[in-house]
Design a protein around this ligand. Structure first.
Ligand code: PEP
Ligand code: MG
Length: 568
């Protein structure tokens, strides 16, 4: 199967299906005299799941989040509730259907009722009911249960129809070999978080969830975006060798960690890391990053019912600032909305053109001020900068700066220390901002190009929509001209300019960006050493002319061949 590659490398392992699309089961009638045996089969499945959950409960590692225990207790309660444990037996007896079907009918009826519950918290327990029912179902179908806390996930390849960024964040706590999905684009937030897991993954496979069976042996080629199902021994052997090769190369790259990123003609380049959670600081440090160029704070707001308060946010930001030990940390104010909803069940889903990022912040000033105060407080503990997403106009810049002034005043009133010289910068990720750059240069201390959104909005391609992901093109002449224009204009004005979108982490584009004059890159830590290697092998003297030539080219084939020449 072919999809869109997200994260390089090769994984070989067994498929584990994540069912999000309801319980897919067959329905058949059983002879009256077999009803008792069918009920016994259902009871045996319940007993096995009960045992599984209890064992998991006992195995929870001491350092696991507290919720794990409560989570499993809740699942045991649901399992033992008559609505799930008894009702299906009655259905088997009266309707003489198979146990799977009885369980499905009862679960569907239960879920219907959940939809009608007014209380948001209770309504959300629906997903727990689904998980318990699926566990019983898998057991009935003779498939082993999936253990959310054990370490046995190492050889597992998750196969899902779709995952949200919130789902993937949860996976950060477990070890999987790889994951693949039917939906998704390469710069969707799901893919970006996946990249930070540093495991090979492929999205936009279309039918993987339907065609792959639990426990199938899979090869995931995260570089080519290919999945091989049930490979023959020859293919398997070849991929084991490629996997080995890949690991050797990674080992070699790790030696570059402490090497300065300098071109052959001695021009220094700054390579920083993008992170999503405070725990990612370790990976950023391991990669040898010169700082955090983008901390996507919105991930602190996901997978929960409330939004984090000032103290909680402050602790999270301070953890990153302290963790980076004097290196600069660029904290982006939350970019919620679009595909990162605080509460997807309750909030109306804002589109990519809707109330997202700074628009949402300016619409909810109280929530924004809480975050600004928390960031300012963290700035007392190390070099911190504030980065604002999706700014587009002068009034928005002025309002944002007004809120920062207000947050500073609040802290002054409370006599709380913060860095009075803290810099405020803007993402350049809307074409309007790139074209009307002067005001941004005048009013802000630094700029960072978000190529993911800049491409999305320039080409009118929804970055989360896999039906148009083939049209998403970083090499579109309009995109290249906007990026080159922003780098050139900002540099000429002496304004620090970085790129923090996925383009910054693509070694195929490193020389092109260098040729446009870029000297500051921020990317996922997993990408940093490969980009550094490319910089170490580059000679700026030659690159500038070639990059200029690319800017004058509109033919895609010619552009690709010029890029290949640039990288040769
Ligand atoms: C971008 O748009 O390129 C960017 C870095 O921000 P995000 O991917 O979080 O939208
Ligand atoms: Mg963006």
């Amino acid at each position: 199967m072919h999809g869109v590659p997200v994260s390089g490398g090769i994984a070989i392992g067994r498929a584990h299906l994540l069912s999000r699309t309801g319980l897919e089961v067959a329905h058949y009638v059983i002879p009256r005299k077999q009803a008792a045996a069918e009920i016994a089969r259902f009871e045996a499945a319940l007993a096995t799941v009960q045992q599984e959950l209890k064992e998991l409960r006992a195995q929870i590692p001491p350092n696991a989040p507290q919720e794990f225990g409560a989570f499993l207790d809740l699942h045991l309660m649901i399992l033992n509730d008559a609505t799930l444990s008894k009702a299906p037996r009655d259905i088997i007896a009266t309707e003489r259907c198979n146990a799977e079907w009885a369980l499905k009918v009862q679960t569907d009826a239960l879920l219907e009722q959940f939809n009608e519950i007014e209380d948001g918290y209770l309504r959300e327990r629906k997903s727990d009911v689904i998980q318990v029912a699926e566990r019983v179902m898998k057991n009935l179908l003779g498939q082993p249960g999936y253990s959310p806390v054990s370490d046995s996930g190492e050889g597992l390849i998750l196969v899902a129809h779709d995952l949200s960024p919130a789902d993937v964040i949860q996976f950060k706590q477990h070890r999987f070999a790889s994951f693949i999905t039917d939906l998704g684009g390469t710069t969707s937030h799901t893919a970006i978080v996946a990249r930070s897991l540093n495991i090979p993954s492929v999205v936009a496979l279309h039918h993987a969830r339907q065609l792959i069976v639990e426990n199938d042996l899979l090869i995931v080629d995260g570089t080519l975006g290919m999945v091989v199902v049930d490979p023959d021994p020859h293919t398997l052997e070849e991929y084991r060798q490629r996997q080995h090769q890949w690991e050797l190369e990674r080992k070699k790259l790790r030696r570059l960690r402490d090497t300065h990123a300098v071109t052959l003609d001695r021009v220094a380049v700054e390579l920083q890391a993008n992170i999503e959670l405070p725990e990612d600081v370790g990976r950023a440090r391991e990669s040898g990053a010169a700082g955090i160029g983008l901390f996507r704070t919105e991930f602190l707001f996901l997978n929960r019912d409330d939004s984090p308060g000032e103290d909680e946010q402050f602790e999270a930001y301070r953890k990153v600032v302290r963790g980076m030990n004097g290196l600069p940390v660029t904290i982006r104010t939350y970019d919620l909305g679009a595909d990162k909803q605080v509460n997807p069940d309750r909030a109306a889903v804002a589109s990519a053109l809707g109330l997202r990022a700074i628009r949402l912040s300016l619409n909810e000033p109280d929530m924004f001020l809480v975050q600004l105060r928390a960031i300012l407080r963290a700035s007392h503990y190390g070099k911190t900068k504030i980065l604002v997403p999706m700014l587009m106009s002068v009034p928005e810049i002025n309002q944002t700066l007004g809120h920062v002034a207000r947050a500073r005043q609040d802290l002054d009133d409370r006599r709380v220390p913060y860095d009075k010289g803290i810099e405020i910068g803007s993402m350049i990720e809307i074409p309007a901002a790139a074209l009307a750059l002067r005001a941004f240069i005048r009013k802000l201390a630094f700029l960072s190009i978000g190529t993911n959104d800049l491409i999305q909005y320039t080409l009118a391609i929804d970055r989360t929509d896999d039906t148009v992901s083939h049209l998403y093109d970083p090499l579109h002449p309009a995109v290249l001209r906007l990026i080159a224009h922003v780098i050139k204009t900002a540099s000429a004005a002496g304004k620090p300019i970085a790129v923090c979108g996925e383009m910054a982490g693509d070694p195929q584009l490193t020389r092109l960006l260098l040729g446009f004059g870029l000297r500051q890159f921020s990317m996922h830590p997993a990408r940093l050493l490969e980009v550094k290697q490319q910089i170490l092998r580059s000679n700026l003297g030659k690159i500038g002319q070639q990059a200029k030539k690319m800017l004058r080219t509109e033919d895609p084939d010619k552009l690709h061949s010029l890029l290949a020449k640039l990288n040769a």
